[in-house]
Write a protein that binds this ligand. Structure first.
Ligand code: G3P
Length: 217
């Protein structure tokens, strides 16, 4: 499973990238707002660090304007994936931009039928939002699983990019049901290294080592 980082925090991206944990980056208007930076400037900086797909989202709502914005965002770097919302105009934009050979990430997906439409429109990535479905007492992971089965049934090449990931358990379950990619905030990716038994075991080893009076260096 590929790891994308869901942030525009350049320092956090660079840190994870050095460890080989970054196969791509996703942003959205809220993430850009949180960064406090200019979208073109910060996206360009991210693309200079990460060679995998970097999603940058359009903000227009009419297809004609979305297409123009998408083309402008795609000029930032070769590895831009233009992100469009799963609306009818977004699907039209997806079809046009993917036909031009650009990567397109169709976002704000909350149903298997929406994912089917995105695949038909030539999306490179479909982004189902797990956490936001869980928030309203629906099963986000069931959606990932349904899309996996539908795409496999018909051999669609659109990659399932599990998004709105809030917990380490979301990551594990996405890997189990076969999401192609997961995108998570840096804090979730780092939290995957934590285990209470690792901490406890290390504490014991340190205590026993101190009793030996030895040094390695
Ligand atoms: O990748 C989509 C993500 O940014 C949305 O996450 O936690 O706001 O639902 P969240």
């Amino acid at each position: 499973m590929k790891f994308f980082v869901d942030t525009a925090d350049v320092a956090a991206i660079a840190e994870l990238n050095e460890l080989g944990m970054v196969d791509g980056v996703t942003t959205n208007p809220s993430i850009i707002m949180k960064s406090g930076r200019d979208i073109l400037e910060v996206t360009k900086e991210i693309c200079s660090i990460v060679s995998g797909p970097v999603s940058a989202e359009v903000v227009a709502t009419k297809a004609e304007d979305m297409i123009a914005e998408g083309r402008k965002l795609a000029e930032i770097a070769e590895n831009i994936a233009v992100k469009v919302p799963l609306t009818w105009d977004g699907l039209k934009t997806c079809k046009v931009l993917s036909s031009e050979g650009r990567m397109v990430n169709v976002t704000l997906c909350f149903s298997a039928n929406q994912a089917l439409l995105a695949a038909k429109a030539g999306a490179t990535f479909i982004s189902p939002f797990i956490g936001r479905l869980d928030d309203i007492n629906l099963d986000g992971m069931e959606l990932i699983s349904d899309i996996r089965q539908i795409y496999d049934n018909y051999d669609f090449q659109t990659q399932i990019l599990a998004a709105s990931i809030r917990t380490v358990n979301h990551v594990r379950e996405c890997a189990l049901v076969g999401a192609d990619v997961m995108t998570a905030p840096p804090s979730v990716i780092k939290a995957m290294a934590n285990h209470v038994l690792t901490d406890k075991g290390l504490e014991q080893f340190m205590a026993d080592w101190a009793k030996t009076g030895q040094k390695i260096l």
